[in-house]
Design a protein. Structure first.
Length: 417
């Protein structure tokens, strides 16, 4: 048995995880279930199985949603095991594809990532999202898929540098932008910065930060993730301030730096959820003399549906703060989007590498959006957001998808402290 996969022994093959697995729900094949995948990992680790196309397809099809891990009575660390199994697959088949070529430059952060983000923004301004799926040669290809995922609304540039509050300074925080956030979350990151400034925090956005490394790790490339982690360690080394992260996927990876690189624990311990941080200042934001005030009623959304990303729900379990923050806003009905216990299919690079499964998993959520008719869908992960926006566009539904921070500053007045 390969030492790295020895925790597969903790699986007692009870099958309790099967009803919670989205890919097993789609195919009904044991090889697409957590239990089946653990058997395949054991076969690979012992040398009984080869890393052939069939084994790779079952392991690569996993979303790493970790729904199985969250219900497993034996505490099988499924997410870590799947990362290790994919690294083993790559050792046995170094030629296997990693991330889609279109995504790779963006993940490097720095100048290359910014250049790629600029190209995507140009595509966005030219309206390529609407036609990409129909262009000959692009339909069904990763580039066509990437272009179709471009948000319809132009994305402003990500805030950079140091931002100082107008009044008394309570302290300093650093903002993690990540790679996809760098390209598509300018509005959400600016909203987060404005909320933190209003509270009285000095906000630093380190310019040399890059991708958290999750996509490389899930593609079986732990060395690439370690390099990215070391880069982020250096980028955030100037202070020991809290590192505020909007995206649950990035936050999960940043918290796991402790297990990846020797000095990773110090950075992991500083990583904070934006909404948990804001709710620590609940009275200052929402009390009688609070900083957040309603705009005139005609500007306010009355009903929102919340989509809970898998990393937030199954791994971090931090959805409480986000929901509590939204529920502090009077006059707002907050409902959970039906089917919140299932992955939407975005799952990092999965929406590029497995477009049919990704769309099949999204489909019931789009139907739920049609039934529940919210005025906005709120989520806390950029991958889910892009996948939802593309699905809603295809279905002809005009429902904006936003982060809680973006929604809050777009609908409410936030004064400075
Ligand atoms: S992973 Fe856990 S829940 Fe699933 S079969 Fe194994 S022991 Fe049972
Ligand atoms: S991580 Fe998600 S998709 Fe993968 S086996 Fe577990 S439940 Fe299924």
């Amino acid at each position: 048995m390969n030492h790295r996969l020895k925790d597969t022994d903790r699986c007692v093959m009870c099958g309790l995880c099967l009803p919670h697995c989205p890919t097993y729900g789609l195919s009904r094949q044991e090889g697409d279930s957590p239990r089946g995948r653990i058997s395949l990992m054991q076969g690979l680790a012992s040398g009984r199985l080869e890393a052939d196309d069939r084994v790779s397809a079952h392991l690569d099809g996993c979303l790493e949603c970790r729904a199985c891990e969250s219900v497993c009575p034996s505490g099988v660390p499924f997410g870590r095991l799947m990362d290790e199994a994919r690294a083993l697959l790559r050792e046995q088949r170094p030629d296997r594809p990693a991330l889609p070529g279109v995504a790779r430059p963006m993940l490097r952060g720095g100048a290359t990532g910014r250049f790629m983000a600029g190209l995507l923004h140009t595509g966005q301004r030219l309206g390529l999202a609407g036609v990409a799926g129909r262009l000959p040669g692009l339909a069904g290809k990763p580039l066509g898929r990437a272009l179709a995922l471009l948000p319809a609304k132009a994305t402003p540039a990500t805030p950079r540098g140091i931002h100082t509050p107008a009044g008394d300074c309570l302290g300093t925080v650093q903002l993690f932008t990540g790679c996809t956030g760098n390209a598509f979350e300018g509005r959400a990151l600016a909203a987060a910065r404005d909320l933190l400034l209003a509270l009285g925090y000095r906000v630093e956005v380190p310019p040399t930060q890059g991708c958290c490394g999750a996509l490389d790790l899930h593609a079986g490339k732990p060395e690439a993730t370690r390099r990215l982690a070391a880069g982020n360690l250096a980028a955030f080394a100037a202070s020991d301030a809290p590192i505020i992260s909007l995206n649950s996927g990035c936050r999960t990876q940043l918290r796991e730096y402790a297990a990846l690189i020797p000095e990773g624990a110090a950075l992991a311990g500083r990583v904070r959820d934006l909404y948990g941080f804001l709710m620590e200042h609940e009275d200052r934001l929402f009390g009688e003399e609070g900083l957040v005030r309603p705009k005139p009623p005609e500007h306010r959304t009355r009903r929102v549906a919340v989509h809970l990303p898998c990393t937030l729900r199954n791994v971090l379990r931090e959805q409480g703060a986000m929901l509590a923050l939204l529920r502090r806003l009077p006059g707002l009905e907050v409902v959970e989007l039906e089917g919140n216990d299932r992955c939407c299919g975005a799952a990092g690079a999965h929406m590029f590498t497995h477009p049919e499964a990704a769309d099949a998993l999204l489909s019931p959520k789009i139907e739920a959006a049609r039934r529940q008719a919210p005025e906005a869908i709120i989520t806390a992960n950029i991958g889910c957001s892009l996948h939802f926006q593309a699905g809603l566009r295809r279905a002809g539904l005009e429902v904006p998808v936003m982060t809680p921070a973006e929604w809050l500053v777009s609908q409410w007045q936030v004064s400075s402290g």
